[in-house]
Design a protein around this ligand. Structure first.
Ligand code: KG4
Ligand code: ZN
Length: 350
């Protein structure tokens, strides 16, 4: 039987059974990751090999270096994920992979690996959207979480406020008009002389700084739920050029900048919860690791009686466990279709 036809039959059987052990692969940017997830909720293994030290000397991700590093790591990472789960490839029900958005060369390594494994082991293949994966990380951390809910997704490449109306189905309320939140943190970190990706280091410095040391702008956007960070970034760079940052500590500069980003993210999220009536707020993506954002949202959602779901940091930054969770719901809702013609889609929309 042809691969695609068998894949359809296998996925249908998994949908009807409601059960699936999924081997998931993620290579969209600078982490080579593989995980084994049972029934969309249980992490049997979760292996991440980061390339950050390779890119740090260039101040950002170098796509060719990322692709090469993925090629070198992928087989070992997949083997580790299977070993940690105590399973062999034959024991897996489906193979999932992020096929976009992301860096095309990086995505292709994951997609080619997943296709080869699926073909060799006669397993169905499931393509996952990277943002759907970030959102689905919350299903791993909160066993009872189910749509609908409001989701703030803040990563190195995306920033969006969405209503998750069903598994894998989102309605976008707003998105960034320029930089992503993670990018905005990383660029300010660079101004402060912190190594790439500086978001986490800036966050660390901000913990002991004065958030009112600098006056920085909070952008207003025509659509209330859109975001814009370029004005803030430019203001910060101008202050550095004028020497104003030399008069205060790095901690104070970091705290002031973080407060401006967090104000914009938190204000819009809370207003979106109010206007849509959602009582559950999920935060997803690498920049959800930001302690300033976490503390602020914890305080303000509690004051409004909202449920806040923020996965642990290891599930917020890129990983394959979240890909396995998204793939499970894609199978269960009958959306998953696997084909050996699957390709990387660097600009795939959700
Ligand atoms: O989701 P992610 O791992 O990769 C993408 O899909 O982009 O997000 C990475 C981004 C980077 O910009 C990184 O600096 C940022 O998340 N990030 C943080 C923190 N930890 C990671 N930004 C602010 N504060 C943090 N603690
Ligand atoms: Zn990501």
């Amino acid at each position: 039987m042809q691969f695609d036809e068998r894949c359809r039959i296998q996925l249908d059987a998994l949908r009807q059974a409601g059960r699936a052990v999924i081997l998931a692969i993620e290579t969209s940017c600078d982490e080579t990751a593989a995980a084994v997830i049972r029934d969309g909720r249980t992490i049997m293994s979760n292996v991440v090999s980061t390339q950050i030290p390779l890119h740090a000397r260039y101040g950002g991700v170098v796509p060719e270096i990322a692709s090469r590093a993925h090629v070198e790591a992928i087989n070992t990472v997949v083997k580790c994920a299977l070993d940690d789960a105590g399973l062999r490839l034959q024991d897996i029900d489906a193979i999932a992979v992020t096929n976009g958005p992301g860096l095309v060369g990086a995505l292709l390594i994951g997609v080619s690996t997943a296709k080869a494994l699926a073909f060799a082991a006669a397993k169905p293949l499931v393509a996952v959207h990277h943002m759907d994966a970030h959102i689905s990380a919350a299903y791993l951390a909160y066993a009872d979480l189910a749509p609908p809910f409001l989701c703030l997704t803040v990563s190195g490449g995306h920033t969006a406020l969405t209503e998750v109306v069903d598994y894998g189905v989102v309605r976008t309320l707003g998105a960034t008009l320029d930089d992503a939140a993670g990018e905005a943190f990383d660029k300010a970190a660079r101004v402060l002389g912190l190594p790439y990706p500086g978001g986490s280091a800036l966050d660390q410095l901000a913990e002991s700084g004065n958030p009112r040391a600098l006056t920085l702008p909070r952008a207003k956007t025509p659509n209330l739920f859109d975001f814009s960070f370029s004005g803030l970034k430019t203001a910060f760079i101008q202050l550095e050029r004028k020497g104003a940052l030399a008069n205060i500590t790095k901690e104070d500069a970091a705290a002031s900048y973080r407060a401006a980003v967090v104000d914009m993210l938190a204000d819009k999220t809370l207003r979106a919860a109010e206007s849509t009536g959602h009582t559950t707020v999920v935060v997803a993506g690498g920049a959800a690791a930001n302690r300033g954002l976490r503390t602020r949202l914890e305080r303000e959602t509690a004051a409004r009686g909202l449920r806040l779901c923020m996965p642990p940091i290891s599930l917020c930054t890129d990983n394959a466990a979240m890909v396995g969770a998204a793939a499970y719901y894609s199978i269960i809702t009958g959306k998953a279709t696997g084909s050996l013609t699957l390709n990387a889609e660097p600009t795939r929309s959700l």
